[in-house]
Design a protein around this ligand. Structure first.
Ligand SMILES: Nc1nc2c(ncn2[C@@H]2O[C@H](COP(=O)(O)OP(=O)(O)OP(=O)(O)O)[C@@H](O)[C@H]2O)c(=O)[nH]1
Ligand SMILES: [Mg+2]
Length: 425
């Protein structure tokens, strides 16, 4: 099965920074702390939209960054949280973390949603840090950084449109002229032995088109490549019936047309009602126009799209006609296909945060770890009170003790993220 695949970057919004401020009221010499909390950063949320069929939009936009929260303000006012960033994805999209290859979400049903990158919480303002021993702290946290990661999205494509016709009428040529698919093309029968799929991008909308192995008389009984591929045709919403109007191999185009429809009907009576578009191909060749006239006289009520897959004459109009027609055809086969998707992991626990790891870079002790690095980002290292708090937290996390065990002495340099500290007993 053909799989559409993209790699993108997502980042939740950072939380807003908490504020440091103090009340200034008439007659109150030294007011208490009044810095509000920062607002919550927005999540990046994926939502299934049944109107989408491919991941093609993600080829153009590969970065999704949600908005950060507002900073806290004076007079105890909190910063506003930001609205989540909603990204629409087609049903059947599986989202993987590109580093760990773990499934983050399996998005199947319309309206189903999953948080793909969490926004950070707002930093606390200095009101929150007042204690009896320090009633007027100059401490405020920076906002928590939003979660960021590279993700891979996969979608098993289901063809909307099937190209059907005799061998060598130009089905693969047509597919290759309107999609990025690169099917084998050659002047002998059964060049295509398995369906090729491609995405036709019409800007506003897109659809998936499959090029199928050629059908011949008796296909419904298993002659030629027969049955197995008729099954694929059965699943497509629209049949595009390609006819060699130049009669390159000497067959009568009208007879071809009847024969193929006969095969489809014999295979499954319902196929007769399947919407069909008739394409007269190879119109660049000398006799094509004469054959087309004759064909039209035999079935005056049938709309025919004359094209050339080689010169691309008429091809664009045909694609727009297909796009328009698809909008009027219900998704009959989706339910059946979705049932084939086995795993349905919807939510997954957050990866566990490693508290910290100490490594040595010559004389420097390097302390790293998600939780710790987050903490440094949330600390305002220009404020004395904040640094005091930070070192207290390092002690509670057991970092001091661990450094000591690794041999750190008074005055040694300790590096955390971008910052360097001096180890003090
Ligand atoms: N002149 C001309 N030749 C074409 C056109 N379309 C296809 N051909 C030629 O017809 C031959 C068969 O083309 P394919 O695209 O492989 O035909 P197909 O229908 O996919 O054939 P199978 O896979 O065998 O069923 C190739 O030699 C193509 O170059 C066209 O519009 N004009
Ligand atoms: Mg082919």
């Amino acid at each position: 099965m053909f799989v559409d695949q993209v790699k993108i970057y997502v980042k939740g919004g950072d939380g807003g920074n908490g504020a440091v401020s103090f009340r200034r009221e008439k007659y109150v010499a030294l007011g208490g702390p009044a810095g509000g909390d920062g607002g919550k950063g927005a999540n990046v949320i994926f939502v299934v939209d049944e109107g989408l069929r491919t991941l093609i939009d993600f080829r153009y936009q590969r970065h999704f960054k949600a908005k950060r929260g507002e900073h806290g303000r004076t007079k105890g006012m909190h910063g506003a949280g930001s609205d989540d960033m909603i990204v629409r994805v087609p049903p059947g999209t599986t989202v993987y973390d590109d580093d760990t290859q773990e499934v983050i979400a399996d998005l199947i049903e319309h309206g189903q949603r999953a948080i793909i990158a969490k926004g950070g919480r707002g930093g606390r303002g200095n009101i929150r840090f007042a204690t009896s021993s320090n009633p007027a702290p100059e401490i405020a946290e920076n906002g928590e950084p939003g979660q960021e990661r590279y993700i891979r999205m996969e979608l098993k494509l289901i063809a909307d449109v099937g190209l059907v016709g005799y061998p060598s009428v130009g089905k693969s040529t047509l597919l290759s002229s309107v999609t990025a698919a690169k099917p084998k093309i050659a002047a002998y029968h059964f060049t295509t032995i398995a369906p090729n799929l491609g995405v036709v991008d019409l800007g506003e909308k897109s659809f998936v088109m499959a090029d199928l192995p050629g059908l011949i008389e008796g296909a419904h009984e298993g002659i030629g490549l027969g049955h197995q591929f008729l099954r694929h045709v059965e699943r497509t919403r629209l049949i595009v019936h390609v006819i060699d109007m130049a009669s390159t191999e000497g067959r009568d185009p009208y007879e071809d047309y009847l024969q193929i429809n006969e095969e489809l009907k014999h295979y499954n009576a319902r196929m007769e009602d399947r919407p069909q578009i008739i394409v007269a191909n190879k119109m660049d060749l000398p006799d094509a126009e004469v054959h087309l006239q004759a064909f039209r006289e035999k079935c005056p009520d049938v709309k025919i799209y004359p094209i050339s897959g080689v010169t691309r004459q008429g091809v664009q109009d045909l694609m727009y006609a297909i796009g328009d027609l698809l909008e009027t055809i219900p998704d009959r086969f989706e339910v059946e296909e979705v049932a084939e998707v086995e795993e349905r992991v919807v939510f997954k626990a957050e990866p566990e945060e490693i508290p910290f790891v100490i490594t040595r870079d010559n004389d420097i002790f390097v302390v790293s770890g998600d939780k710790l690095e987050k903490l440094t980002k949330m600390t305002n290292l220009n404020s004395y009170d904040s640094i005091q708090r930070f070192s207290r937290l390092m002690r509670t996390m057991g970092i001091d003790q661990a450094l000591r065990e690794r041999g750190a002495k008074d005055g040694d340099t300790v590096q955390i993220g971008k910052f360097e500290f001096e180890f003090q007993e």
